[in-house]
Design a protein around this ligand. Structure first.
Ligand code: PLP
Length: 420
């Protein structure tokens, strides 16, 4: 192997990161970092994120080892935090953008337009024109109307036909109800592309975000193969791209998903020479890399029940509870009370409710949740808050999600292989 820079050098060299402070974390050092941020920089008790770039690097490494033939296009919508995008770019990832603004953001990192897929099957005309003007030349479609718009405004664009993946039934956020050509729509769409003079480069699908059934990849890859077969029946130029979308989670289930993808690609596509395999993972890279710290600014005792108010909620980062069907977890960080042990290990717990800051009863983050007795100005820390959280938060009631700061850390326990 040629000697290459270490992961840490690659990460610290990313332009977006270079200007910022990155704290090296010893093993299990995240709690200490959160504590020092709270004590040293948090006079206003504002909520904040910690992004562990070491986790991002280890996930890139995991991806490379498990899906070595699949090139990841990070789905920007999942979490567009600039430091995350910058590090993904430095580590060699490409990007899935769904709008003009997302394309602009990624291009501003210095990413070549050839490393961007405009993976929104239904695009406003002005955004298509913009993609044409900057040379983003790969997009998806699933309707006749989309073919017409692309022919008119971006005739040099390569197309991937988005098919509706057979239903997983278990995804947290199914996408099939909105996108994807039905099996009987595929041939008419291919014929329309042929007539338009555009080129279909391949097939894409998305089995649903937060998918739990790895068989869904297998059925979708089988369905994609039938589209490749239809193209040869219709005497159209061979396709060469298979886009397996997102849906991956960074837990042990990733190994099942990777095995399902690898074996199905082998089974159905071993006779397709020169196939380019790509994917659009969002949650996989973002979810576990971010930890959110929130301050308790209100409390009410009702008998045995404890009620707390924290300064982020379902109109902010915790919109994931509503839109992403997420379950969040909180650990206490008691800095005002319990001086000896801020984690309150072993303390008596109470059935607790945790409210967000806005004046809407819907803004409830946790209910019937066991927490030790906490006080105003203690903190609640939420792990795994990187996917579909701040990205979709609002500024309802004056609580502005976009203003939540992000501190960068690097847990130094990963070896790096890198993407090619
Ligand atoms: C949202 C989305 C993704 C990312 O999905 P994850 O489940 O977060 O990996 C990828 N591709 C498309 C087209 C999407 O809409």
């Amino acid at each position: 192997m040629v000697s290459s820079p270490t992961t840490l050098q690659v990460i610290l060299g990313a332009p977006v990161v270079r200007e910022k402070k990155v704290t090296a974390l010893p093993k299990d050092g995240l709690d200490d970092l959160i504590r020092s941020i709270i004590f040293n920089t948090q006079q206003l008790n504002e909520p904040f994120y910690v992004l562990d770039l070491g986790v991002v690097a280890s996930l890139v490494d995991k991806w490379t080892r498990s899906l070595p033939t699949v090139r990841p296009f990070y789905a920007v919508k999942c979490n567009p935090e600039p430091a995350l995008l910058g590090v993904m770019e430095a580590l060699g990832a490409s990007f899935d953008c769904a709008s003009r603004a997302e394309i602009e953001t990624v291009l501003s990192l210095g990413v070549s337009p050839s490393r961007i897929i405009y993976a929104n099957p239904c695009k406003p005309e002005s955004h298509i024109k913009y993609a044409a003007s900057v040379g983003v030349n790969l997009t998806t479609f699933d309707s006749l109307e989309e073919i017409q718009k692309i022919q008119k405004h971006h005739p040099n664009c390569d197309l991937l036909i988005r098919i509706k993946a057979p239903d997983d039934g278990n995804a947290r956020c199914p996408l099939g109800p909105k996108y994807g050509a039905l099996p009987e729509e595929v041939e008419p769409l291919l014929q329309a592309v042929k007539a338009s003079g555009l080129a279909v480069a391949g097939v894409s699908f998305h089995i649903g975000s937060g998918a739990t059934n790895s068989n869904a990849y297998r059925s979708a890859i089988a369905a994609a193969k039938s589209v490749f077969d239809a193209v040869s029946r219709l005497d159209m130029p061979r396709m060469h791209v298979l886009n397996i979308g997102g849906g991956f989670t960074a837990g042990p289930e990733f190994d099942d998903a990777a095995n399902a993808v690898n074996s199905a690609v082998y089974e159905y596509f071993k006779n397709e020479p020169g196939l380019t395999l790509i994917a659009e993972p969002g949650r996989f890279f973002a979810e576990t890399a971010f930890t959110l710290a929130t301050n308790i600014f209100g409390k009410r005792v009702r008998g045995e029940v404890r009620e707390y108010w924290i300064n982020d909620g379902v109109y902010g980062s915790m919109n994931c509870i509503l839109y992403d069907h997420a379950t969040v977890m909180a650990t206490p960080f008691a800095c005002s009370s319990n001086g000896g042990d801020p984690t309150c290990d072993g303390a008596k717990t109470y059935c607790s409710t945790v409210f967000g800051p806005t004046c809407d009863a819907l803004d409830t983050v946790l209910r019937d949740y066991q927490l030790p007795e906490l006080q105003v100005n203690d903190w609640l820390v939420f792990p795994n808050m990187g996917a579909y959280t701040a990205a979709a938060g609002s500024s309802f009631n004056g609580f502005n999600t976009a203003a939540i700061g992000t501190h960068l850390a690097y847990s130094n326990s990963v070896k790096f292989v890198g993407l090619n």
